[in-house]
Design a protein around this ligand. Structure first.
Ligand code: NAD
Ligand code: MN
Length: 358
């Protein structure tokens, strides 16, 4: 029997609450399936670790998780520590060196969940946003000088490389090709940013030549927000830069009902390093410790992890169990307008896994 070694890194805030729930659900699923098992190794990295050790993860942290089959991540973000320290010290300290350059973010309206968009109740909104996850606006290139003086200056330089742009655009074309509609939108801002984004557009047109069966179009990011709201049915697969896709995917999650249900996979497609699966939300300081965080985003991320591991039947079973639970408004957490809590939703999904006889 195959045993998958999973590094569980809950991080901070509701990250710990939803990752605990995710681990429970995955254990129940392995038990139900019987063909594979999980070995979870838990890492207490994050804000509390930082307070004790002055860093978010140990110096050899990446070496400790490098040979795991996958990483299940919660959130980096602590109320007492500046956000750029927690994010760069943990999440980006894993994503970037592990070359998890493709960040895949599916969005659809699960059964029982109401979109804030009038007239949209299901099939009109079924998207996958592909986010460039290794460079661009979050390259970490820049600096600050003359801090605190009136002449203080600061830069964040968006670095784009032909290699980095080509691989993410190619990844997105392949993904679009694998979906029934074979439709890709390339998001850009080459009207205002006249160097890197122009190269981005050129690379897109070049890569497109290799995918004659994929219909694609180009959309300026501001207009894209409007299209997502007014013509959601015209969109299928989307590729955008690190910053643009970060913003568009929170919008997508909200249009599909809540940030709390949205999943993501940080993929190293070449499998030279473990890939990392996490809900797209953060630590949610406003609700942490209350036991009411929606765990569905983490459960859906676990589905993506199972698909990545090649356990498709188990992935399908978990997705069906999630949908069975969202279909019941009595099992909605407050972010979806309901009264349920994390425990109830987790128990219900575990119950649905047992009941699912696929
Ligand atoms: P957030 O995602 O933590 O919260 C935004 C809003 O959505 C809050 O009102 C929150 O209560 C709600 N929400 C989010 N997830 C929810 C869930 N599962 N169930 C119910 N409601 C949910 O974003 P923020 O407030 O901008 O950031 C808080 C902290 O998290 C910051 O430190 C930020 O840097 C960090 N963060 C980390 C990641 C990450 O590690 N991947 C992602 C985003 C934000
Ligand atoms: Mn984000």
């Amino acid at each position: 029997m195959k045993t998958y070694r999973i590094a569980a890194i809950p991080g901070d805030g509701i990250g710990t609450e939803v990752v605990d729930a995710g681990v429970e659900v995955l254990k129940a699923l392995a038990k139900r399936d019987g063909n594979f098992a999980f070995q979870f190794d838990h890492f207490d990295w994050g804000g509390e670790y930082y307070k004790k050790h002055g860093r978010m993860m140990p110096e050899d942290g990446r070496a400790q998780i490098k040979t795991h089959d996958a990483i299940l991540f919660g959130s980096a973000g602590h109320p007492d520590i500046p956000d750029h320290i927690t994010l760069w010290g943990l999440r980006l300290a894993i994503c970037q060196p592990f070359d998890q350059y493709a960040n895949v973010r599916p969005t659809r309206i699960l059964p029982g969940i109401v979109s804030p968009l009038r007239k949209v109740n299901g099939p009109e909104l079924d998207w996958v946003i592909v986010r460039e996850n290794s460079e661009g606006e979050y390259s970490g290139v820049g600096g600050r000088v003359h801090q605190g003086l009136p002449i203080e200056a600061a830069t964040d330089v968006s670095m784009m490389t032909r290699a980095g742009v080509s691989r993410i655009i190619r990844f997105a074309f392949k993904l679009a090709q694998s979906r029934p509609r074979k439709l890709l939108t390339v998001v850009t801002k080459s009207n205002a940013q006249r160097y890197a984004m122009v190269m981005w557009d050129e690379v897109a047109a070049e890569v497109a030549q290799g995918f004659p069966d994929v219909t694609w179009d180009k959309m300026i990011v501001d207009a894209m927000t409007m299209r997502m709201v007014l013509k959601p049915e015209s969109i299928d697969t989307v590729v955008a830069t690190n910053l643009h896709a970060d913003i568009l995917s929170d919008l997508a999650a909200a249009l599909a009902g809540s940030l709390g249900i949205a999943p993501t996979a940080n993929l190293n497609p070449e499998r030279e390093f473990p890939s990392m699966f996490e809900p797209i939300h953060g630590s949610a300081f406003d609700i942490m410790g209350k036991g009411i965080a929606n765990p569905v985003g983490t459960f859906w991320s676990a589905v993506m992890m199972l698909e990545h591991l090649g356990e498709k039947p188990a992935a399908d079973r978990l997705m069906k169990a999630i949908e069975r639970v969202t279909a019941d408004p009595a099992l909605h957490t407050p972010d979806l307008g309901g009264k349920a809590n994390t425990r109830m939703v987790t128990d219900a999904v575990i119950g649905a896994i047992a009941a699912e006889n696929a």
